[in-house]
Design a protein around this ligand. Structure first.
Ligand code: OFO
Length: 174
């Protein structure tokens, strides 16, 4: 079954959004490194890699369905923030925006009777729940650390432990 134009366009837009997410987290990681928050920078770098996997998942799905991908220019991300907390607050706001975008694609797939696309998108719907929970936790933890140098130092060390494990996105052939 061919995709409807609406679903195809929305997935193509989502590919762009996921690559933009990767750029945004890479930019945050770089800024955090410059500001000497190596743990938080590591966390954002791992997130950058996750976003590449998300984008590629859509690219591979389009290829599997024989649909054309359209790669559009990726918006330039911000390069400066005022604090480590601000990066995590903006990351959370960004994830909420991505959740709304994924919901929109899933709704279009449902409305257009594309059950296969809907099934594929369900993984992303659930992934967004995790993204927002992680985002809320991050903001809560950095807020709690406040201005206490010891708490900030140990929190940053904790964030240094995050490692990248590529998500296995279901319903994709290899
Ligand atoms: Fe792809 O989940 Fe974040 O943006």
């Amino acid at each position: 079954m061919k995709m409807t134009e609406k679903v195809r366009n929305l997935i193509n837009e989502q590919i762009n959004k996921e690559y933009f997410s990767a750029f945004l987290y890479l930019s945050m990681s770089d800024w955090l490194n410059q500001q000497e928050w190596p743990g938080a920078a590591n966390w954002m770098y791992v997130q950058y890699k996750e976003e590449i996997v998300h984008a590629e998942g859509f690219v591979r799905y389009m290829a599997m369905r024989g649909e054309k991908i359209e790669l559009k220019p990726i918006e330039e991300p911000k390069h400066e923030w005022n604090s480590v907390l601000e990066t995590f607050e903006e990351a959370l706001a960004h994830e909420k925006y991505i959740t709304a975008a994924i919901e929109k694609v899933a709704k279009a797939a449902e409305e257009d009777g594309d059950r296969a696309a809907k099934l594929f998108l369900d993984w992303y719907v659930l992934e967004q729940v995790e993204e927002e929970v992680n985002g809320e936790d991050n903001v809560m933890l950095w807020k709690k650390a406040g201005d206490h140098p010891g708490a900030l130092f140990s929190l940053d060390r904790q964030y240094a432990a995050r490692t990248f494990v590529a998500d296995e996105i279901p319903h994709l052939d290899n």
